[in-house]
Write a protein that binds this ligand. Structure first.
Ligand SMILES: [Zn+2]
Length: 235
């Protein structure tokens, strides 16, 4: 995963409203317009190129609508797939509207995947692979359960969003569902975060073990498994 671009949409009414967010889930959107370039939505000319129409979301109400999300995923100026964050994660977004039971705007991190014409498999695979890595990252940072990742369409069915079909309509074209998406997030999560956890250091720090104690336990044939079990047993 390349470094995220951070370019807050400070002129957007949502940014100015600055409603507090403690994220407990993620909503995945796709834009519904054929334009894979981030500069269409994100105001960061140095990395993304100039938006000559000035119709990006660093405007009070983009397209006359009260909308903002935390991030977009799409092409930078050099056609590299990037994540571009436009709202801080502790700020609620205006992404999914209102459902019968309420809105995930006050509880979920939300991002848009830039659509192309939906017929390019290579773009689909690249942009969703970035979205999967991004979700794994967010789940790790904010201790979000992978089962709490939903699409806008799923959020609607649960009663917490407006009636939209994204991004399931795009996934369906390539034989995927949101379950496929979540399964891939959990695979990436395991690879990128769980396997890298340094249980030995965590245990030693919590228990105040000396380096001699650590060396002694490290000599045990199954030490890696032992450190992990000790850490989990500590709760
Ligand atoms: Zn949506």
């Amino acid at each position: 995963m390349k470094e995220h671009i951070v370019s807050y949409a400070v002129k957007n009414d949502c940014y100015k409203a600055a409603q507090r967010l403690v994220p407990v889930g993620i909503v995945v959107h796709s834009t519904g317009a054929n334009n894979p370039y981030l500069r269409r939505y994100v105001d960061s000319p140095a990395e993304l190129g100039e938006n000559i129409y000035n119709n990006h979301w660093n405007n009070p109400s983009p397209g006359g609508r009260k909308v903002c999300v935390h991030a977009f995923i799409g092409y930078d100026a050099g056609q590299n797939i990037r994540v571009a964050q436009i709202l801080p994660y502790n700020m609620a977004c205006w992404g999914c509207g209102q459902g019968g039971k309420g809105s995930y705007n006050s509880s979920h991190i939300q991002f848009e995947i830039c659509e192309d014409n939906l017929n390019n498999r290579s773009y689909f695979e690249k942009v969703f692979s970035e979205a999967i890595e991004y979700c794994a990252y967010l789940c790790y940072i904010f201790r979000i359960d992978i089962s709490d990742i939903v699409s806008h369409a799923e959020a609607y069915k649960k009663g917490y969003a407006s009636n939209h079909g994204d991004c399931d309509h795009w996934l369906k074209r390539y034989g995927w569902t949101m379950d496929t998406f979540r399964k891939k997030v959990s695979e990436v999560y395991r690879k990128n975060y769980e396997e890298k956890t340094d249980y030995a250091s965590l245990v030693c720090e919590k228990c105040g073990f000396t380096s001699q104690t650590r060396e002694y336990l490290d000599r045990y044939t199954y030490s890696e498994d032992l450190w992990r079990k000790l850490w989990l047993a500590m709760g």
